[in-house]
Design a protein around this ligand. Structure first.
Ligand code: C2E
Ligand code: MG
Ligand code: MG
Length: 583
């Protein structure tokens, strides 16, 4: 054998030298920020480890060589990391991500991971550091993401806001793509619940792979997803990826049609708070209407422009609160049996609009309704305290948004207000509207109990007759439920609706919860509802919202009111038809 090196030996040596140099460079550059450096061969086996191996994995540096890296990764993160590593091309970077490492002690460790694959030889260099506080939090969020496939609505909102603020701080280019999965329910019907759950998980993982840099993937509403991603991610690829997964699992090969909208999250010099409000509003709007009705105000696709519009609306709503430019109207709620007024509902009237409905829903979506709810409570408390001696005693129910009651600040402010009007508060009850905005049923139950202990009756407003309503009944110790006007209308025409309403009324009776039906416009409806066992009624048949509470006991018999009331719909202002607003 000759000891003269052949050209191929020389090439191999040169390559070994290059690799060694690569490794030295990698070590030198990385030590400043990383706690542990790891090199993997193309099969994913550790060839070199240096740094805080013991603290991060429970094993010494030299023990790690020969280990498959994926075996160090916590179960929930393994598939994601496997795919992420497989997707790093030669010479390419592994985008920073967070994951959990398995430790020999059994306690997983949240870490930040980045790295790259060398041009030749396919070795992967990984730089791992202990997740900082902020990172650890997002690592936790990501973990939930991976376990469930997708972040739940509230978690995604938080994650998207975090990414928005981080992007602002770092001046980076971040986008939000909203995906509307049309035909998801039908697809789920064809493939069954287990396969649809697996599909959602795959969609979550795949979207994260397509949008790795600082990404967040989650639900914004039923069948509607959001992805926060960098400028390098092509939103069309996100859409196509979801459609591909849908087609692959569908025995009919039809799958889903995905509509997308992409929003540039560059806030410019807007405040962080305003940016968050606009983002929340955009997501709430998309959750409600999907892509088709989601016009970003004349085709806008930048958060900054959407923001300008939103901020203007927010300011004019705040102005309404600050200048108190709203009035109250009061509508009676009667016992269906004897037609005696039981209490009154306080309804806000805003200048220049027929119904406060749209404005209040906007305030709920932008999370500014709390201030308004408090202003209404105070206005009604003042009115109640100012009532003349001798005026008939009244009970007035004030609407509180389901979004408000989740806020500790709101609850404390409400307590303060009520304490300042001791005689007014004795005549006050509450209706909780938009209960779909209640994300934390346990928290809402604490609030309801708190009001009840202070002597207030509580009603759950706009109650639906479907099965989705039952968890609310179970969780919330309310005194009344108010059956949504849409069901009241349908009850007269639809046998099935009647059957469901009858069983719901029976259930409420058993639970000791009184029932109210709203938007009763005809005697036929009143008779039907009374026959079903509904206790109370509200609607134009009995009385429209009026500017004043009664100052003297009624002089006319309730039967006369019954005949004349519908003539005077609108009360203090033109009351719109809420049936119209629901269509
Ligand atoms: P809501 O609490 O379910 O109020 C009932 C709505 O039905 C009121 O609409 C009322 O005017 C209307 N209505 C009453 N009787 C009839 C009837 O026989 N037929 C029909 N078609 N409609 C009837 P309004 O006043 O436009 O209020 C709309 C919604 O705005 C309310 O629905 C409530 O969710 C919200 N809202 C109103 N005032 C306040 C408030 O002070 N605070 C909060 N948070 N929300 C409020
Ligand atoms: Mg109400
Ligand atoms: Mg209602």
């Amino acid at each position: 054998m000759s000891d003269v090196a052949t050209p191929s030996d020389q090439a191999a040596k040169a390559r070994a030298r290059e690799l060694a140099a690569d490794r030295r460079r990698f070590v030198a550059f990385s030590f400043a920020s990383a706690d542990l450096l790891i090199e993997l061969d193309p099969a994913g086996v550790i060839t070199f480890a240096s740094g805080a191996a013991r603290a991060l994995t429970g094993r010494m540096e030299n023990e790690l060589a020969g280990f498959r890296f994926l075996n160090l990764v916590a179960d929930a993160d393994r598939r994601f990391i496997e795919l992420a590593l497989a997707n790093v091309p030669d010479g390419g970077r592994l985008d920073p991500t967070t994951l959990f490492l398995k430790r020999t002690s059994g306690r997983d460790m949240g870490v930040a991971l980045s790295g790259g694959r060398v041009v030749e030889g396919g070795l992967i260099h990984l730089s791992i550091s202990i997740a900082q506080a902020a990172h650890a939090e997002s690592a936790l969020a990501n973990r939930k993401d991976k376990e469930q496939g997708l972040l739940a609505v509230a978690d995604f909102r938080t994650a998207a806001n975090d990414r928005l603020q981080a992007a602002k701080a770092m001046g980076s280019d971040v986008r939000l793509t909203l995906l509307d999965m049309c035909g998801l329910d039908e697809l789920a019907g064809r493939i069954g619940p287990e396969a649809s759950e697996a599909l959602m998980k795959d969609i979550g993982t795949t979207l994260r792979l397509h949008a790795p840099v600082g990404s967040a993937v989650g639900e914004v509403g039923p069948g509607r997803l959001g992805v926060v991603h960098g400028a390098g991610t092509d939103p069309d690829k996100l859409r196509a990826a979801v459609e591909g997964l849908g087609r692959a699992v569908d025995p009919n090969g039809v799958g889903l049609t995905v509509e997308k909208r992409t929003l540039d999250m560059n806030m410019g010099d807007m405040s962080a708070e305003d940016g968050a409000k606009a983002l929340n509003y955009a997501m709430a709007r998309f959750a409600k209407s999907g892509a088709n009705n989601f016009e970003m105000t004349s085709g806008m696709d930048s958060l900054k422009l959407l923001l300008a519009d939103t901020v203007q609306r927010i300011n004019s709503f705040r102005q309404i609160v600050v200048t108190q430019s709203f009035r109250m109207a009061y509508q009676p709620i009667l016992s269906l049996r004897d037609r005696q007024t039981h209490h009154w509902e306080a309804l806000a009237r805003l200048e220049g609009t027929d119904s406060p409905f749209e404005t209040i829903r906007f305030a709920e979506d932008t999370q500014i309704v709390e201030e308004f709810d408090l202003a209404v409570v105070e206005r009604v408390l003042k009115t109640l305290e100012a009532r003349k001696a001798g005026a008939p005693p009244v009970l007035v129910a004030v609407n509180l948004s389901g979004g408000s009651i989740a806020s500790q600040v709101f609850v404390a402010a409400l307590d303060n207000l009520l304490a300042s009007y001791p005689s007014g508060r004795r005549q006050m009850a509450f209706e909780i509207t938009e209960s779909t905005k209640i994300e934390d049923l346990d928290g809402a139950a604490v609030f309801v109990r708190h009001l009840k202990e202070a002597g207030h009756e509580v009603c759950l407003d706009d109650f639906g007759a479907g099965a989705s309503s039952f968890p609310y009944l179970q969780a919330l110790p309310v005194d009344f439920v108010k059956i949504d006007g849409a069901y009241v209308k349908r009850a007269l025409e639809d046998k099935r609706d009647r059957a469901i309403m009858r069983s719901m009324t029976g259930l409420c009776l058993e639970l000791g919860i009184k029932t109210v039906a709203e938007m009763i416009e005809t005697e036929d409806q009143a008779a039907l509802l009374e026959g079903m066992g509904v206790d109370y009624g509200q609607g134009w048949l009995f009385g429209t919202p009026a500017a004043e509470l009664p100052s003297a006991p009624p002089k006319v018999a309730p039967s006369v009111i019954r005949r004349t009331a519908p003539m005077n719909r609108g009360g203090s202002s033109a009351t719109p038809s809420p049936s119209g607003r629901r269509s």
